[in-house]
Every structure is written in structure tokens, then in C-alpha cells.
Ligand binder design. Structure first.
Ligand code: SAM
Length: 264
């Protein structure tokens, strides 16, 4: 069944090529440094996708063992052959197949927004952590604060004004109410929640590259496929994004929220 969390077929490749360097890689090194500050020996990464942050974790923690996981087998297969240095496996963050107390650190970059039952996922993180263990999460801040996805949201609304797909605002940029995030994490049994806003600079060769990434390399693709010809809609969205962001190369802020918490 296709859902808001599905990556199938060529989507991992498009995601990694068109969105990875522009939106996700800038946060990978930041996450690597945050992880290294806890000096963990056993690290679990959830929703690791194509391994953009995993690469940085491997670099920042050369003597740690890193288990990188994702819900979608297509992501795991893509990343396992390209990001060595981690052990790759399929796992739903809401029902982890790992034993209690088996990690010192759990990290998740831009994945928690996709978990339908967030307190359940946070409870699973708490369960697999050893005493003294920590969690580091990164989620997107409000979409208005990041010009690249904001241009996508506006572009989709301009192309499909009657029935615009809202995936990008609703899911990846839909989990940034700080009180809600803190309450969900505490409901999962984690404590000492600390929340920081992190703003990076993103660059892209063109708005067309970003339109390709969002329309063909994220679950927005499924919504577009239901509304018309995918290639034509992608081209129209690319035109709207170019009108807003300009011809490439382009640059813009990327606004995110980093959360750390500890096992009770
Ligand atoms: C936006 S991507 C982020 C990937 C990667 N962490 C990065 O920074 O590039 C979101 C990822 O969440 C994964 N995902 C969605 N729901 C999940 C779940 N319930 N458990 C684990 N992973 C999930 C998707 O398969 C996808 O790889």
C-alpha cells in the first residue's frame, strides 16, 4: 500500500540526487558533531533514507558501531550499497526489532515527522537505549521559513489551485509545534528534552532540480499522479518555482529544529 511514508522504484535515487545535497546534506555534519558529543559506542539511526546523515555519523564516530535503518526496503537497498561503514536493515521506528537497552545513542534526521504514532516511536527509542543513553532528532521548522520548500508549496498551489496536494506542508514540515514535540517525547518516556532552532544555508543548481526532487523523489509524487500527467505537472511546478527562486544557481535558508533527550 502506498502512503505518505512510501519511497518506491527510482524515488531514493531522485531524492538523493536532487534533494540530498541541497536540503539534507547541510544538516548531516551538524548531526555528526551532535552525536560525537555523546561519545557513543553503539548508535542506532532511524529513517536513515539514502544515508546522507549516516555518512557523517560514520565520519564523526570512526570507532562506533552504527546500525542504520529505514522503513522502506528501497531506501535500505539503495543506501546499503553506497554507504559502507554502517550495518543496514529495515525497521519501522514505531516497532523496532532490536532488544531493550542495546544502544547508547538513537539519531533520526528528518524522519520523526513521518511517524504516524510519534509517542510510540519515542517509547521505542527509550526502550532500545541503555541507561544513560540519548536521542538526537532533527525535524523541519515551519515551511514559510525555508524558501526552497516554500516555493514548492506555492508552486503546487498555483498549478493545482482547485485541489492542491498538501504533502510537503502537512508531513515533512508539519511537526514543529515545540510544545507538542516536547509532550510527545515525554509521553514516550524520555526526559531532559532540549530544543534548539538550527538554520543552515542551502544551495541548488536550479529550481528545476528541486522541483524534480520534490515531485519525483518524495511521496508528493503519488498525489500528483492522481491529479494528472506527472511529467506535465512536474514541469509546471518547476516553472512556478523558477519564477519564485530565479534561474540557478540558487541559495536559501533551511530552518530546522534539533531535539535532544535522555533515557530516564
Ligand atoms: C525525508 S527522508 C529523510 C532521510 C534521511 N534521514 C535524510 O536526512 O536524508 C524520510 C525518511 O523517513 C523514512 N520513514 C518514514 N516513515 C518511517 C517509519 N515509520 N520508520 C522508519 N522510517 C520511516 C522514509 O522511508 C524516508 O527514508
Amino acid at each position: 500500500m502506498i502512503t505518505d511514508s512510501s519511497w518506491v522504484d527510482s524515488m531514493p535515487d531522485v531524492y538523493d540526487r536532487c534533494l540530498g545535497p541541497s536540503l539534507f546534506a547541510p544538516f548531516g555534519a551538524h548531526l555528526g558533531a551532535a552525536a560525537a558529543a555523546f561519545a557513543p559506542v553503539r548508535v542506532l539511526e532511524l529513517a536513515a533514507g539514502t544515508g546522507i546523515a549516516t555518512r557523517e555519523l560514520v565520519r564523526a564516530l570512526p570507532s562506533a558501531s552504527i546500525a542504520a535503518t529505514d522503513l522502506n526496503p528501497s531506501m535500505v537497498a539503495w543506501a546499503a550499497s553506497r554507504v559502507p561503514g554502517a550495518t543496514w536493515g529495515q525497521a519501522d521506528a514505531q516497532a523496532l526489532p532490536m532488544p531493550d537497552g542495546s544502544f547508547d545513542l538513537v539519531v533520526c534526521q528528518f524522519g520523526a515527522m513521518f511517524f504516524a504514532d510519534k509517542p510510540a516511536a519515542f517509547a521505542e527509542m527509550a526502550r532500545v537505549l541503555a541507561p544513560g543513553g540519548h536521542v538526537v532528532l532533527v525535524v523541519w521548522d515551519r515551511v514559510e521559513l525555508s524558501p526552497f520548500p516554500r516555493a514548492l508549496v506555492e508552486g503546487v498551489r498555483a498549478v493545482l489551485p482547485e485541489n492542491p496536494p498538501d504533502f510537503v506542508a502537512r508531513v515533512p514540515h508539519g511537526y514543529n509545534d515545540l510544545a507538542q514535540v516536547k509532550s510527545d517525547i515525554e509521553a514516550g518516556g524520555l526526559v531532559d528534552v532540549a530544543i534548539d532552532r538550527v538554520v543552515m544555508r542551502g544551495t541548488a543548481s536550479s529550481a528545476d532540480q528541486l522541483a524534480e526532487g520534490f515531485c519525483m523523489g518524495t511521496p508528493l509524487r503519488f498525489d500528483l499522479e492522481q491529479r494528472g500527467d506527472l511529467a506535465a505537472l512536474r514541469d509546471a511546478v518547476a516553472g512556478e518555482m523558477t519564477a519564485r527562486l530565479g534561474q540557478g544557481p540558487i541559495e536559501g535558508d533551511l530552518a530546522a529544529i534539533q531535539i535532544t533527550a535522555a533515557r530516564r
